[in-house]
Design a protein around this ligand. Structure first.
Ligand code: ATP
Length: 140
């Protein structure tokens, strides 16, 4: 079934998540506050928009409250990531997944109600290790 996703922050992680969701046939709203970041995503998302993820009015104007799933993929700016997550949870978005930079960031995101906290490098390392020792690789 087709789902609606909004991705806020179009670094490598945000672009990769957006592109794959779109490829899988879902509706994707891709958001970044830097217009240049939208150039590459336009053909790999349903809608794209320049907006500040820490600005409630801008998010509401984009109809963010109609989305069940929002992924916060803002990287280095921890303050922006935290504020954006807080706003989304205050707006009652049911599922807010957030990319964390470090343990302290993770702790704050947990406290303010992020539904899933992602550490891409750590999670990918785990998956690769499991894949390396899986039966299929041993057989190979
Ligand atoms: P990656 O590792 O995924 O490439 P990163 O961890 O280096 O990303 P950044 O490049 O710092 O993360 O941020 C990801 C994106 O988030 C950038 O494209 C940046 O323009 C965007 N971004 C930062 N602050 C905001 C904000 N307040 N609102 C919307 N987008 C933002």
């Amino acid at each position: 079934m087709k789902k609606q996703f909004a991705i806020i922050g179009l670094g490598r992680f945000g672009v990769s998540v957006s592109t794959e969701l779109y490829k899988l046939g879902h509706d994707v709203l891709a958001i970044d506050n830097n217009e240049e970041k939208l150039d590459d995503i336009t053909n790999h998302s349903t809608y794209s928009a320049v907006a500040d993820g820490t600005d409630e009015k801008e998010l509401r104007n984009l109809g963010i409250t109609n989305f069940d799933h929002v992924i916060v993929a803002i990287g280095d700016d921890l303050q922006a990531s935290i504020l954006c997550t807080l706003l989304l949870k205050e707006m009652d978005i049911p599922s807010v997944w957030v990319k964390a930079q470090n343990f302290h960031h993770h702790k704050v995101l947990d406290k303010i109600g992020a539904d899933k906290i992602i550490h891409p490098e750590h999670d990918m390392g785990n998956r690769i290790a499991q894949h390396l020792v899986s039966d299929r690789v041993i057989d190979y």
